[in-house]
Structure formats: C-alpha cells, structure tokens
Design a protein around this ligand. Structure first.
Ligand code: SF4
Length: 96
C-alpha cells in the first residue's frame, strides 16, 4: 500500500500506461496486420472487417484490392494499410 499521496506526475504516468494497454488490446482484437497508429480502425469497423473470412473463396488474398503479400499480411488499398491475407470486408471484389 502506498503511504505518500499520488503526485500529478504519478497520475500522468499511470494514465499513459493504461492508454498503452488499451492500444495493445485493440490491436489484438483487430488482428496482427493493422496500421501502426490504428488510423484505419473506424474504416475497418464500418466495412465489417474480420481477420478470418467466413468464406474461404472471399479472403483478402483473393481480393482485387490486396497487394504486396508478405507472410500472413498484405496491403489493402481500401484501408491504405496492412491487412490479414485471411481477412474479409464488405468491399471484397474478385480479382480479374
Ligand atoms: S477491400 Fe479486399 S483486401 Fe481490403 S480488407 Fe476488404 S476484402 Fe480485404
């Protein structure tokens, strides 16, 4: 138990630690292939992005907007960031 009162600096450090933890949690939910700053989170949500496509034939890896595959990630030109090759969203379009 802490015997001295919390300083403003202590509170700021604790708040920063809590926000950092929230970012990690959000990234874990979104998947491993996301924009480093999470800037695409609202677009992913609005397009109902999922890390694992319910239809194997409609994965990001087979989408016209997917490029630059590297490991389990690639680049989505809709999100303008990395996406999981196994993912899916409402904007999926077959490659021609
Ligand atoms: S637009 Fe295509 S590549 Fe981008 S997230 Fe949606 S399904 Fe995946």
């Amino acid at each position: 138990m802490r015997s001295t009162p919390l300083t403003r600096r202590d509170l700021l450090l604790q708040a920063a630690a809590m926000l950092g933890g929230c970012g990690l949690t959000a990234r874990a939910i979104a998947g491993s292939c996301v924009a480093p700053d999470g800037a695409d989170a609202s677009l992913r949500e609005s397009l109902h992005y999922v890390v694992s496509s319910p239809d194997a034939a409609q994965r990001c890896s087979a989408c016209a907007f997917f490029s630059d595959p590297s490991g389990s990630c690639g680049k989505c030109s809709i999100f303008n960031s990395a996406t999981d090759a196994s993912g899916h969203c409402d904007s999926w379009a077959a490659r021609s």
